[in-house]
Write a new protein. Sequence first.
Length: 605
Amino acid sequence: MDLYAQKLEDIKNDVDQYAAFKSNISTVVKAGPGSGKTTVLTLKIMDLLGNKIKAPRGLACITYSNEAAKEFTERLKSFGYQKRPNVVLDTIHSFCIAEVIIPFAHLYDIDISLPLNIISKTDRTKLFNDIIDELGIGKSTLKIEAMDKYRNQVISGDSLVEHEPNDFANRVAHIFEGRLRAMNKVDFIEIIKWATKFIQEKEYVRKCLEAKFPWILIDEYQDLGKPLHEMVLTLFHKTNIKIFAVGDPDQSIYGFQGAIPDYLLELYDNPNIMSVDLKTNYRSNQEIIDAASIALNLDDREYKAGTRIGEKAEFHFITCESEMNEQYEYVVNTIIPDCIANNIPLEEICVLVGTGNQIKSLSAVMGEANIPHYVAKHELLKSKIIVWLKECATWILDNSSVPFTDISDFWLNLLSNHQGTLTDEDRLFERKYFFSLLKESIKYQDNLHLWFIYLSENLKLGYMVANSQKHQNEIEYILSFQEQIKNGEFQEFDLRRFARFGKSENQVTISTRHSSKGLEFEIVIILGMEEGNFPFYSTVDKPKELNEQRRIFFVSITRAKRVCYLLRSERITSQTKYGLRTFSKNPSMFWRELYETQRSKVQYD
């Protein structure tokens, strides 16, 4: 029995999973942690393409991140998926650019620069800072994230969810967008808003999308914000496209981007859309699941364990004397050695922290102790170009592990984005050239820096990316990568180490709490459980923001299958306007709530 058939048989044992899979109308799936949503979604795609959607029509599966799109593609390949035209597995940004803006924007008189000229992250931040300086608005009064959140939420449409007013954000956003237009540039928020506007207002655009995509599937719906929500509502009401949306309102943790659970819930409550709840958790034992409900401060979720029946969870509450560094040392000197002594593989251990700077500090401590570790969802892996380079390195070292057609197709698509449609003769020539170039580059396998220089110079990679409408925003990733392999964390990398980059192979995983979604481990260690740190002090008196902090805690707890450590320090030194100050710290409210429920059975250190 092949993997697809095996997985299909498996979901028949879960009545809710199978109902979602079999639905032939627009459907919303509320999927709790560990409930098999990715399996259901990929099986659904395979079934639609194999049995319901005839070529040349296809479907679009929209995801939150490049990593998620990559995961879906790999999962589909393992099920036997064969690449075919008009099947899109990509992010919302890429979908808007490739399927809406590029094909249709030139047909209408609109106020957007064509060809697309995407402002860099650095220039975007500078433009924002210049505006608030001119207006005399303090950086503590309005951050760029607050402006972005406002811009994402004010788009009009069919949704009845009201946005939060913000006079400062409104004022700055109006000037910011005007100056973007004056510079003949756009950012991704403008791209998504314009794509949504086209779909809302232009029947021709809707008809073309309907002809191409009879189904549109969306993963992590709760993370994608109002523009996508309005896009989906328009397609549902004004086309025959069927929607299959999967998400979890309890894992909505990107409110700073304008993504709130209300949009998923509004779609779920639509009486004309089928709703399915996945409540069986196939990852964690029941005591971990129950603790996660405590983290939410809710008791109506009714999640149940589908595996590890009767197993006991372990909760360890660790108090250090002072500073985050003591927590890092405790992890390195006590927790990880105990795990090793109990035969827990390093790849089954994850440490969650609050910030990127804490990741760097913890990584340094682990490095000094010679503990193998890697950073989950590294910033550079958000780049399709960097991921493609990593696959090129993998193919060079072992050409059986990555199909050459995949990496060469990516290169040909980059060429065609820049040069226009390639003839069959051109494609054959470029594919042969690319093949020989990769083969020749193996002479630099011991030095990632030299390998990258050789490849990028011969492919004119920087120029190609900078002049590609689909990828020009990734030039900053390439520049960052160049710096990292020359002077930074990849300075000592060879090709083999680069090919393994981002894979947990006998390594402890380090992640921020925000980036931990989708991960799972036997043991999860959560640091920084002091009052004022988690939940963050400014959210405590704001119910909506505090609830999002609770959802982050829920996500953190539900990464664990069996064991959860929570660490805090009694004193923390912080930078204030008066300089460095050391503060006494009580346990976080999250720590206290969980400890009180576990006190009779807690492993207390």
